[in-house]
Design a protein around this ligand. Structure first.
Ligand code: NAI
Length: 294
């Protein structure tokens, strides 16, 4: 996309943390912003931010659980009626579920996959045909996690797989959209092309630690599948190191840059690269072994 000014961006989980940072960064460049969120208190806070920063006249707040397909489509209808055709779809809503994977219940898995993976799927299936249909071009952003490309970390064995799936999905999406965009001769906003970016944040100061306070009744379990590990990821800086925590607005600005420059990956914490290399070294070492029968 050459510019985001005047386009409509729909951001799931956009009323808090990274999603709100993306909303603010896009609004600062003239986009029209629809945020949806399951939490009414977060939506009210986002409306206040839009008012304080002077973009309330191009802002829409919608209550939505991204697991609800019919409500998702209705929210997109509402946003398009209020703010114009969807061009930037940001599937960002997520839950920071933590606990030992060997103790996880179906409820834990269903909630995690329902929000972190199927919420993204629902956005894609409901939203992408709209972007393809108007031919103005656009961009899909999916929020995953840097943890999904790093070494395994205790208590992340349910969360990280949902995010790994989002990374893989976005890589395939970009491949296919690029091929179709080239065949249409479009390479930027206005040419009908559609870009795709996966945002892989490291530690960002948000409200994600409140996840368990909002576990829906249908997924309540008696097991102690809760936060048990607050140590730094393997190969990462200690949480006290400068630059460990990012501001959500910074991640929003990185995301806008990726939309404008057509980047596939936003990886917010390059300082954690040793963990990515260590993981890949294990894979490469296994591939170097000779498995042929003797
Ligand atoms: P946050 O909790 O501040 O914001 C997430 C928002 O999503 C909340 O307002 C929440 O109410 C909403 N949400 C949760 N479930 C929802 C549902 N079913 N339907 C609609 N909205 C729902 O947390 P944060 O950190 O801003 O999270 C945004 C994304 O970033 C998530 O996908 C998270 O997994 C990811 N992420 C965050 C990291 C961090 O350090 N904060 C690191 C890596 C990834």
């Amino acid at each position: 996309m050459k510019t985001v000014a005047g386009t409509m961006a729909f951001i799931t989980g956009g009323a808090s943390g990274i999603g709100l940072g993306m909303a603010r960064a896009l609004a600062a460049q003239g986009a029209r912003i629809a945020v949806c969120d399951v939490r009414a208190d977060h939506l009210a806070q986002a409306a206040q931010v839009a008012a304080d920063e002077g973009w309330a006249d191009r802002f829409r707040a919608l209550q939505l659980d991204v697991r609800d397909r019919d409500a998702f489509a209705a929210a997109l209808d509402d946003a398009e009626a209020a703010l114009g055709p969807l061009q930037i779809l940001i599937n960002n809503a997520g839950i920071g579920i933590q606990g030992p994977v060997d103790e996880a219940t179906y409820a834990d898995w269903d909630w995690a996959i329902g929000v972190n993976l199927m919420g993204v799927v629902n956005g894609l299936v409901s939203g992408l045909p709209r972007i393809k249909g108007h031919g103005l071009g656009g961009h899909v952003v999916n929020t995953a996690s840097q943890g999904a490309i790093m070494q395994a970390r205790a208590t992340r064995g349910v969360y990280a797989p949902t995010k790994a799936a989002v990374i893989s999905m976005t890589e395939h999406l970009k491949l296919e959209l690029d091929a179709k965009g080239s065949s249409m001769g479009g390479s930027s906003m206005g040419g009908g092309a559609i870009g795709a970016t996966v945002v892989c944040p490291g530690p960002v100061r948000t409200n994600i630690e409140e996840t368990e306070q909002h576990r829906p009744a249908e997924f309540q379990v008696d097991t102690p599948f809760r936060h048990r590990d607050e140590t730094a990821p393997p190969g990462a800086l200690p949480p006290t190191a400068p630059g460990f925590w990012l501001d959500p607005l910074t991640v929003g600005e990185m995301t806008v840059d990726a939309i404008l420059t057509g980047k596939l990956y936003v990886i917010t914490h390059p300082a954690f690269i040793d963990s990515v290399k260590a993981r890949h070294a294990g894979i490469e070492a296994a591939m170097a072994e000779d498995y042929l029968p003797r």
